[in-house]
Structures are given as C-alpha cells and as structure tokens.
Design a protein around this ligand. Structure first.
Ligand code: G6P
Length: 608
C-alpha cells in the first residue's frame, strides 16, 4: 500500500526514482511524486493519477543525485495533486514520503499551532511541518518527530541542508535498503531495488537509517546501533518483463505450469511417498502432536487457505479452519499449544496477516508461513514455513501466487497425511497427481478460446453467482473474487446449499450462475442446485471435472460447460482456478478494464 523509493549516489536520481515508481506502482496508483535535491534546493513534482501523468508533466529532467519518490493509495484525502507525496515544510527545506497512517494527526496538528498552513488533506504532511521545528542533525530531527507519532509508517526524508543524505524509518510499513557501489537506495519493496543491486537489508520496526552514497547506518529509536546483515537477492528481473504478453496478469496466468514446477521442486520424496519441507522446523514427533490447524490470510490468500484446509483435513484428518486474519486477531483468539497456526501471504507484508501472526506468537503459539516474498516481514517473523518460489507477482489480482499457495498446501497435506494414516500407495498416487498438475493446467489453458467466447456472452451482466459445495466452495469464492476485482462485475460466491436460503431471490435470466462441479460424492447434489437455478430461468455455466459419461445431466442442463481434466481433490482447486482466471481476464479485457491495476485496489495492503 503506497510505494516509497529513495536514491543517493553518483547517478542522476530522477530516472532511478521514476523507474522505481514504475515497479512500485502496483502498491498504489492514484497519485505519484518525486523530490530531488537539485542545485541546493529541493524540487518537487507531483500529480494525481498514474505515473504516466507525472511523466507527461516533466518537460525538463531535474538534475540532482539524491531524491525520494512515492506512489500513493489514498487513505487520508482524495487522490489530488496536493495530496500526492512528497510533502514539504513551508520553507521547502524538508521533503518527506510516508506510507502508513498517523493516528494522532489531530493532536500533532494542534501542537503545531493554529498558524500552520497545511496544503493537503493528508496525515503525512504533518511530518514535514514538525521536522521544520527541530534542530540538530537530520537523523535526530526525524527521530524526535517519530517519537511523537502514534500509528504506522515507512518514511523517507531529504533535507536541503544535508544534500546527499536520506533518512528512512520503519514502523509497520516495510522499508528495504539497497546497497550499491557508491550509491544507496531504499524502497518499500525489493522490486524497486533489484535492477540496481542484489544486496539488500530489511529494516525492522522501530529502526531508523541514515543513507549516504558511501553506506548506511541503522539505529534503534533510542539511538543504539543496530547491526544488520545484507541478504543477496536472486535475479528477479525476468518477472518484471511482460515480454509480448498484453498484460502482466495474462503472463502470470500462462506461466503457471512452470510456477507449479518451481513450487514442487526438490520437495517430492518418491522414496517415502511424502513431501520434503525442511523449512517447517518441525520434527516428525511435532507433526503427530498437532491436534488442530488454523489458517489465516486475506483476499485470495484466504481462499487458498480455505482450499488448503479441505486438503489437510481430508488427508491428515486434523480439524482445520481458515479465517480472515483481521477478524481472527480482533476476537481475542484462544491460542493453543497443540494447534498449528499457518499464515499465508504472497507479499509477506499484508498488515492484517502480520498482525495476526504477531498476536499468535505473542501468546506463545507456533506459526508457519506460506510466503512468496523472500525476506519479507512475515517470512522473517514466522517459526518456520514454506517459500512458494513463484517469483514476484506484478499484477494486482493474484493468479500464479494463488496457485502456488495451493501447491504448498497440497505438499503440507501430503506430509501431514503421511505422518499419520495415509498409506505409501496413496502417498505415491498424490505425488503422481502433483506431478501431473502442470500438464493439467496446460490443458485448461488450451480452453482459452472457448472461455473467452463465454466471457463475451456474459460480460453485460450486472451480477453473477459462483456456487460450489465443500471442496468446490473455496474455488467458487476465488472465481467470484477474480471476476469482481478485474472486470467490476458484481460477483458473489455461495455454498450451493445456501442458494435457496436467500440468494435465489436474485436469480433471473440476467444472472449467470457459475456452478463448480467436482466429480465427487456430492456431484448429484450439486446438479440439483443447477436444476433449482434453471427452474428460475437463470443461465448456468458448469465448471466440472466430471466427464460426459460420468454425468450427461450436466450437459443437458447447463447453458455452457467448461470441462477441465479429471484430477484428484488436492489439485482440483488449481486446475479449476485457472479456468476461472481466464474467464475473469477475458471479461475484463472485453470490458476495457485496467486489468493489471484495477480501480481502488493495491497489491500489498500494508495498512489496516
Ligand atoms: C490484496 C490483493 C489481493 C491479495 C491480498 C492478500 O488485497 O489485492 O490480491 O490476495 O491483498 O495479499 P498477500 O500478499 O497477503 O497474499
């Protein structure tokens, strides 16, 4: 949520800041801005809208080798030029970019006095005004201001009187330092740094750092030095190259067979017919001691968690519940020693997921993470976990990361199942099913022309339903999520059994109902739900893994059928998920939506 970039070094800052903002744009894209120390003055350029609006306003490049930039997702104040960051004090000595929320902004404004003129509606501007009232070194001035702030922040500050110094600080919003040759960078996400360096340092909450071209120093808020180790990034740049694909989302959909291979790589143990997950930090004895599992996440990560819950429960016969991380942490949850907690997050920075993790650990619970972003806050704070190895996901709506989460859950289910009652034979069959998944996804990708046609048929609809039972329900949830996120068609998911308890009142000839029909014991019951919709004149689109021979009734009843390969229940959510991703993608494209950056959303939600 909001992106920060900062640069000091020998190169011109402006192109690096703009390039960084381009990479960070997925974190928020309602306004952008940069401030650069140029000829002893701070020059600030900012504009409402996406980065290309700012770029179009730049007639002459700003010279200067030290600067900060920001891409915003509005919390306080509408997306306008004035509310865009950076914010400056009245004398233009300081410029500041801020991610997060200042909760005591009214108190701080009152402290500044009635005569202080604010030029924006943001909470962030108060920081620049407060800095102007401090004395001493820049880092001390920033520290004194931050000591008065209640809330969350990731900030970067430049000072006209310290021409090549940047001060950054973190409390709740990520800040990562990038170490270059005679240059230093900072950003809220590694994506903005990877083109310039592979050496990065993650700040922890309560840390403040001073960057100059020749290095950095990290301190705690009480001025004591914090000794940080740099970590080396793998090359991530290929993920930011869209190639010939029209959208990142499309690229990320079609690369899923390879992503599955990456997530599985080195983790299938054919000899013992189980999964090898060294990062869990759990011994065999710990695994059999688990009495219950709670899975926590937000958005698509939550839906992957719900599918994961079914996988684990059915294979390992451990009771598993998945719930929204934010709701969990606010209901004062009971934390049990024999419960395993699993947080799921692509970015590893989602505020609510992180807060839930901290709540569980604070109460002594053991937490595993299923995380994509290496070195992210969640990845660093969990007791153990599974890295997804899906590579950076650029498009705001999750596709390949969602699929990779499902694969990680399948591996965990296999491991837990094999540590209990799952036989070696069944274990081998599951391994075979997992190895077959890339091929099955390819088969679904081959359905693209038919799915594209279908999406054109229904893209005028105001509303759509997605229904499924038990294992099919999380699939329906993610299908509805994808469609609403990127096409803006109102889509709701319901357990098929719930349809008659309310939603059926909304079913008309204009309300397409996507029915998820796994070829399982509940198939006849799901077909009954189709009948109920048809009886009310609702168009039915069946998404099924049942062959025509297994159930001819589906084809008779449905207005259209998307038939995916028959596969086991562990990989079915991934296989069906890809079909629903294609449906959402083509609906969005045919409606002319901004596929990669849908309105009002952001990829990494680092505010509450
Ligand atoms: C945002 C994104 C969703 C994502 C969710 C959780 O809302 O728009 O696509 O599923 O955050 O993100 P995470 O990084 O924790 O998986």
């Amino acid at each position: 949520m909001c992106g920060i970039i900062a640069y000091t070094g020998k190169q011109l800052a402006m192109p690096i800041l703009l390039d960084g903002l381009r990479r960070l744009e997925y974190r928020g894209y309602d306004s952008t801005g940069i401030s650069i120390l140029s000829r002893k003055r701070i020059k600030t350029l900012k504009a409402a809208g996406k980065l290309n609006v700012l770029e179009s306003k730049i007639n002459n490049p700003v010279s200067g080798h030290c600067g900060i930039g920001h891409t915003r997702w509005a919390t306080h104040g509408a997306p306008t030029d004035e509310n865009a960051h950076p914010h400056t004090d009245p004398t233009y000595r300081f410029a500041v970019v801020h991610n997060g929320i200042i909760e005591n902004v009214d108190t701080l404004k009152a402290r500044l006095g009635k005569d202080t003129k604010f030029t924006s509606d943001t909470d962030s501007e108060v920081i620049a005004h407060m800095l102007a009232q401090q004395t001493g070194e820049l880092i001390d001035a920033v520290r004194q201001v931050l000591a008065q702030i209640v809330g969350t922040y990731g900030i970067a500050v430049i000072d006209q009187q310290n021409p090549s110094t940047i001060v950054v600080a973190r409390n709740g919003s990520p800040v990562i330092l990038g170490i270059g040759n005679d240059e230093m960078l900072a950003a809220s996400d590694m994506s903005a740094l990877s083109r310039y360096t592979d050496q990065v340092v993650h700040l922890d909450d309560g840390e403040i750092a001073q960057l100059t071209p020749d290095g950095f120093q990290v301190m705690h808020m009480d001025s004591s030095v914090s000794h940080k180790e740099a970590i080396t990034l793998n090359d991530q740049n290929a993920h930011y190259d869209r190639g010939a694909h029209p959208h990142y989302l499309y690229k990320e959909i079609v690369e899923q067979p390879d992503i599955v291979v990456q997530t599985l790589s080195g983790r299938l143990d054919d000899r013992f017919s189980t999964a090898r997950l060294g990062g869990l930090n759990l011994e065999a004895r710990d695994l059999i001691g688990i009495k219950r599992i709670t899975i926590l996440g937000c958005g698509s990560a939550l839906y992957a968690g719900m599918a994961g819950a079914s996988m684990i429960e059915s294979l390992a016969r451990i009771p598993v519940a998945a719930e929204p991380a934010a709701e969990f942490r606010y209901r004062n949850p009971v934390i049990e020693q024999d419960t395993l907690y699993i947080v799921v997050s692509q970015s590893g920075e989602t505020f609510d997921t992180l807060a839930a993790l901290r709540e569980v650990r604070r109460k002594g619970g053991f937490v595993l993470g299923i995380v994509n972003s290496v070195g992210s806050t969640i990845a660093r704070e969990v007791d153990g976990g599974i890295y997804m190895h899906a590579g950076p996901e650029v498009s705001v709506a999750s596709t390949k990361a969602y699929t990779s989460m499902l694969v990680a859950f399948a591996l965990l289910a296999l491991l837990l199942g094999r540590s209990r009652d799952v036989s070696p034979q069944r274990g081998s069959a599951i391994i075979k099913e997992l190895k077959q998944l890339p091929e099955n996804i390819r088969a679904v990708l081959a359905l693209e022309p038919a799915i594209a046609k279908l999406s054109e048929q229904y893209n005028k609809s105001q509303s759509a339903f997605f229904i499924g039972r038990t294992n099919g329900f999380p699939i329906a949830l993610e299908g509805a999520q994808k469609l609403k996120e990127i096409s803006y068609i109102h889509a709701e998911a319901y357990p098929a059994s719930e349809l008659k308890h309310g939603p059926l009142a909304l079913v008309t000839g204009e309300t397409p109902c996507f029915v998820v029909l796994p070829n399982d014991d509940l198939l006849p019951k799901s077909i009954s739900s189709m009948e109920e919709i048809k009886a009310r004149g609702g168009p039915v689109i069946a998404l099924t893994s049942a062959t025509q021979q297994a159930s001819s009734r589906i084809d008779t009843l449905a207005d259209a059928v998307i038939r995916v390969p028959e596969t086991g229940s562990l990989t079915l959510p991934a296989v069906m998920g890809v079909a629903l991703q294609l449906l959402a993608y083509h609906s969005a494209v045919s409606l002319g939506r901004d596929v990669d950056q849908p309105r009002n959303l952001a990829k990494s939600v680092t505010v509450e």
